[in-house]
Design a protein around this ligand. Structure first.
Ligand code: AOS
Ligand code: ZN
Ligand code: ZN
Ligand code: ZN
Length: 428
């Protein structure tokens, strides 16, 4: 199944009248505010979000999985799915792989396939939170933190393997997410767990190619429920600082305790030059991994507001200087539709945050005009930027309405015809 340029053009023909009207109105509003619409559209159009290979199948909760059919049966088919998303929205030009779920047997061929779909490989992910069939020692009591040195060595070797796989594909970062921790008080000596983890990370860090980054992802709880050895941004930052310039913190939106001020965390990590990557998703309770923007779109906007402010302050490139990834999946939606919704939500929040009048906000902050501060932020947040995002997509050759086109073309049915109805993709 491939999206053809003529499908996109046909939809454009159908929707262009409506789109033109909405866009003209938008442009008028921006002109009044002296905002350069073309420059804005260029930024929106440049923004790319990596798709996680494990989100292409119908995900699971720990209670059940209900595969929807037509799921990718191989790494090649996963890449084809991401290629299709990218053809539709021109904003999903990267894929984040998970080893061992996605071992590239023939790296050259995999790379060629990705190239042909205009995709690159984002951060590769290691997995020491499950035991694999052919594995000698168990991670039941942790991996990099383990009290037994031989378990730590096995986990280190796996991470170094992952780097090698990534290198062969042109990836330039590894994300280390550890489920290490403890579920009962007294189970762990915290200092020993930290020290073991740190020393293990040092070994992995030592194997990083020169241009590579290491992202240390933190998570407040789950699967361990008493302590996590990389449990919050303080711990992650501690590791990253001790490890060196190539190590960064990765923020996954779902990995905080309820009501955490994630935008403030992001601002401070950026200030320290230690924010490396991002896992987008949304949640109401914990690491729910729901579609981006489905529960707390205002929070997403506030996070982007800090991201832009902080990146601009450091002269960073919005598109390339951080690793932007989605980490979401659930078991009731078509995973591809879900991902289209997530990317759209990200672009909308990004576009809205670009609209914030930073000069006025700064002045209002300096004069303690709290009311104006709120007005300025909400003026941007309450702007309907959908036509702007659609225009950016259109200028890049994407569809005005990707989700609608996905449905109109009955993509899922084609995939079921091609791949069968009883397919289960590897992943969560
Ligand atoms: C786990 O909760 C983390 O979010 C990981 O980033 C990710 O979901 C995992 O690596 C996928 O298996
Ligand atoms: Zn229960
Ligand atoms: Zn994550
Ligand atoms: Zn997670």
């Amino acid at each position: 199944m491939k999206i053809q340029q003529q499908d996109i053009a046909k939809q454009h023909e159908q929707l262009q009248q409506e789109h033109r009207e909405a866009f003209a109105f938008q442009q008028l509003q921006l002109d009044k505010k002296d905002i350069d619409t073309d420059a804005l559209i260029q930024k929106i159009g440049a923004f790319q979000v990596a798709i996680p290979s494990w989100a292409l199948g119908t995900g699971g909760t720990r209670f059940g999985r209900f595969p929807g059919g037509g799921e990718p049966r191989s790494l090649e088919e996963k890449i084809e799915d991401v290629g299709m998303l990218h053809a539709l929205n021109r904003a999903s030009g990267a894929i984040s792989l998970h080893i061992p779920w996605d071992i590239p047997k023939d790296a050259q061929a995999i790379k060629q396939l990705a190239d042909s779909l205009d995709l690159r490989f984002d951060a590769v992910n290691s997995n020491t939170f499950q035991d694999q069939a052919d594995q000698k020692l168990s991670y039941k009591f942790g991996s990099l933190q383990h009290v037994d040195k031989s378990v730590r060595e096995q986990a280190i070797a796996h991470n170094i393997d992952v780097i090698k796989y990534g290198e062969a594909l042109g990836s330039d970062a590894i994300t280390v997410w550890l489920s290490d921790g403890s579920s009962f008080p007294g189970q762990l000596n915290f200092r020993r767990a930290f020290q073991n983890t740190y020393e293990s990370l040092q070994e992995i860090y030592g194997a990083l190619p020169e241009q590579w980054k290491m992202f240390v992802e933190y998570k407040a709880f789950e699967p361990n429920f008493y302590s996590m050895t990389v449990g919050d941004w303080g711990q992650s930052l501690l590791y990253a600082n001790k490890l060196g310039d190539q190590a960064y913190t990765l923020v996954d939106l779902g990995h905080h305790l309820p009501n955490a001020n994630i935008e403030q965390i992001v601002a401070l990590l950026l200030m320290e030059g230690k924010l490396g990557g991002f896992h987008f998703n949304d949640s109401k309770y914990g690491d729910d991994d729901l579609t981006v923007g489905c529960i707390k779109p205002y929070q997403l906007f506030l996070i982007f507001n800090e991201l832009i402010e902080g990146m601009d302050a450091r002269g960073m490139d919005h598109t390339t200087d951080l690793g932007w990834m989605i980490d979401a999946s659930h078991n009731v939606k078509d995973p591809l539709e879900d991902l289209l919704q997530s990317v759209e939500a990200i672009l909308i929040a990004y576009a809205q945050a670009l609209l914030v009048d930073r000069k006025a906000l700064n002045e209002a902050q300096l004069s303690n005009d709290t009311v104006s501060c709120q007005e300025i932020l909400q003026d941007a947040y309450r702007t309907d930027v959908r036509a702007l995002v659609a225009e950016a997509r259109h200028r890049n050759g994407g569809a005005l309405q990707p989700l609608k086109l996905f449905r109109d073309l009955e993509v899922r049915n084609s995939l079921i015809r091609e791949r069968g109805s009883k397919t289960v993709a590897t992943g969560l």
